[in-house]
Design a protein around this ligand. Structure first.
Ligand SMILES: *Cc1c(COP(=O)(O)O)cnc(C)c1O
Length: 361
């Protein structure tokens, strides 16, 4: 079967050149006569791969000296626990901003370890906006302020960086990391899962300011202790080697797209095309998110008649457009248009949407 356009929220599309290179190298990596996934993580060949992956990640994001980069496991959801375990540093309270499903998940996990103070929430607006900083009520004794800067299910994204003073700002960037340049200096810790915008599932990343290390709760499992993993180059135990290698190929691909400035332009163009199609459909399709906070990565939309949902999805599959069913929390459809989604994929989706509306409107 021909490759289709994959709009799945995660695991998500991986750039085709990345998959092709992995395929070409699968049986014989760099003349070693073995696959990269068969070799020791402590051998010279893989150690060089891992070093280059970290270097490229640092270069792409402009991660300053003074920050450690960790590649771990346990998924984004695991990280919801690793954050309080590592960053409370003896304190008993943390601020959380609630902007949707994934913030709420982080809040639930953090509640096991500390007193969670909700500094702001858009729940009463059904998570259709990012509460502006003027609405935030930060607590002075918080160990950190937690945000989810792209809500994968509700399609809400921060396009500004909160100011939390001396209290470290923490961000779950699972679903928009590497989609545009960011100023890492403004954050104490940035984390996420890899399976949205970096590579395959099973890999997570943590970018953490060094002065926040050293204070993990004593019951923190060693493999999830940022300080111990930082001291061991994320190799305290066997890392997900194949996922790390694939992430590295994606980083090279991103460099070839002009780095984050280049990919941001492509992402702006794709998102604008899709939102315009929704907004100009005369109400056939709607997206409820405040315009300034609309995610460039995840675009949820509903049809004015729910009875048409299954016909829409069936027709989309036939047109080679997969993974468009919305999350049950918001219903309708969701198009995830991460870095790996080419403009041609969004153009094909928009053509299909216009045609479907014309036939059913
Ligand atoms: C997908 C996602 C997660 C959870 O990832 P898992 O690896 O499935 O645990 C957490 N946060 C955000 C923003 C996500 O998109």
């Amino acid at each position: 079967m021909a490759r289709i356009f994959n709009f799945s929220a995660g695991p998500a599309a991986i750039p085709e050149p990345v998959l092709k290179q992995a395929q070409a190298e699968l049986l014989d990596f760099n003349g070693t006569g073995m696959s990269v996934m068969e070799m020791s993580h402590r051998g010279k060949v893989f150690m060089a791969v891992a070093e280059e992956v970290e270097r490229d990640f640092r270069t792409l994001l402009g991660i300053p000296a003074g920050y450690k980069v960790l590649f771990l496991q346990g998924g984004g959801k695991g990280e919801f626990s690793f954050i309080p375990l590592n960053l409370l540093r003896g304190k008993t309270c943390a601020d959380y901003v609630n902007t949707g499903h994934w913030s709420a998940g982080a809040i639930k996990e953090a509640g096991k370890y500390c007193q969670v103070h909700i500094a702001a929430s858009s729940e009463s607006q059904k998570f259709t906006r990012v509460p502006p900083q003027a609405e935030w009520r930060l607590s002075p004794d918080a160990a950190y302020v937690h945000t989810c800067t792209n809500e994968t299910i509700h399609g809400v994204e921060y396009f500004w960086t909160p100011n939390t003073g001396d209290v470290p700002l923490v961000a779950d960037m699972s679903s928009h990391i590497l989609s545009r340049p960011i100023d890492v200096n403004r954050y104490g810790c940035i984390y996420g899962g890899a399976q949205k915008n970096i590579g395959p599932s099973g890999l997570t990343f943590v970018i953490v300011r060094e002065d926040l290390l050293g204070g993990a709760h004593p019951l923190t499992p060693s493999v999830f202790d940022f300080t111990q993993q930082a001291a061991n180059d994320s190799m305290l135990n066997t890392p997900p080697t194949f996922a790390i290698y694939l992430a590295g190929l994606t980083f090279k691909w991103l460099q070839a797209q002009g780095g984050l400035a280049g990919i941001e332009l492509a992402n702006i163009r794709k998102a604008a095309l899709l939102y315009r199609c929704i907004d100009e459909s005369g109400g056939f399709y709607t997206n409820p998110v405040a315009r300034a906070d609309r995610s460039r990565m995840n675009v949820p939309f509903v049809l004015n008649d729910d009875a048409l949902n299954s016909a829409f999805l069936a027709g989309a599959e036939e047109a080679g457009l997969a993974g468009l069913k919305g999350h049950k929390a918001v219903g309708g459809m969701r198009a995830s248009i991460y870095n790996a989604m080419p403009l041609a994929g969004v153009e094909a989706l928009v053509d299909y949407m216009k045609d479907f509306a014309a036939r059913n409107g």
